[in-house]
Design a protein around this ligand. Structure first.
Ligand code: ADP
Length: 252
């Protein structure tokens, strides 16, 4: 198991008192697996991702990544934020190699790897352009390449498509899914979109209302070999959707 989350609990201390975000969250992920976390707004999804990234300290329980207890950010885990956070005044090349410089990994071999990624995913001709000259989907691909550049074993994606319109979102999520699969990455995705979770993942983890506990875990076994767009045509897709929708109990 590359990720083991054991009875994770986290209570924030703030000026207005305590906020219990996570009560008891446990699940494991295998290397190469793509999992999504869904749950009602404010239930603790980003908090959980932050704990796996080593950005949030658990009050109790543990997160183990690749056999080591997580207590601080590590190069093994790459985080792709909600907005692409590309620097508008920098070229695409400078943007995608930023992590290499920050992590002091700016070696010829790593640069060659980034060049290869840009080539493989159709961005090499935009290397010297600025982010504003790219479409929303291309920007998202750039943000992913920037995260892949430092070769983390695990990618955490926090609502990565929320700034895109619906049509673009469908295309970009298929695109990102293909890249994650091809690069063999383990990825944990937070989303509030049930369809996106089913179409992108091997398993969907449903969290309860805050304070979060794992309500259920759904295996997309019969959909795994299909692309996100193909999955949406399957009868089982809709069965999973209805089950998860009822569990989320949005109106409660
Ligand atoms: P989600 O991602 O599911 O929408 P979050 O993990 O962002 O939920 O937040 C879970 C709860 O914790 C929310 O009630 C939020 O207001 C609270 N929260 C998040 N970050 C902090 C913080 N730094 N201090 C205090 N409360 C926080």
């Amino acid at each position: 198991m590359i990720i083991q989350i054991r009875n994770a609990a986290l209570t924030y201390q703030s000026l207005n008192g305590e906020v219990e975000a996570l009560r008891d969250v446990s699940f494991d992920m295998e290397e190469g697996e793509l999992c999504s976390i869904v749950g009602p707004s404010g239930c603790g999804k980003s908090t959980l991702l932050g704990a796996v990234a080593g950005l949030e300290q658990l009050s109790s329980g543990e997160v183990i990544v690749d056999g080591e207890n997580v207590s601080a950010p590590s190069a093994k885990v790459g985080l792709m934020p909600q907005r692409d956070q590309l620097f508008e005044w920098k070229t695409i090349w400078d943007n995608v190699t930023l992590g290499l410089r920050v992590q002091k990994q700016d070696t010829p071999a790593k640069r060659a790897y980034v060049r290869e990624l840009l080539e493989r995913y159709g961005l090499s001709e935009f290397m010297h352009k600025r982010p504003a000259q790219l479409s929303g989907g291309m920007r998202q691909r750039c943000a992913l390449i920037r995260t892949l550049a430092t070769e983390p074993r695990i990618l955490l994606l926090d609502e990565p498509f929320s700034s895109l319109d619906y049509q673009t979102r469908l295309a970009v999520s298929a695109d990102i899914h293909a890249i994650l699969r091809r690069e063999g990455k383990t990825a944990l995705l937070v989303t509030h979109d049930i369809s996106e979770a089913i179409s992108m993942s091997d398993r969907v983890i449903v969290l309860s209302h805050r304070p979060a506990v794992v309500k259920s875990i759904h295996d997309m076994e019969e959909l795994r070999s299909l692309s996100p767009l193909q999955r949406r045509d399957e009868a089982t897709f809709h069965i999973h959707f209805n089950t998860i929708w009822k569990e989320l109990d949005i109106h409660a």
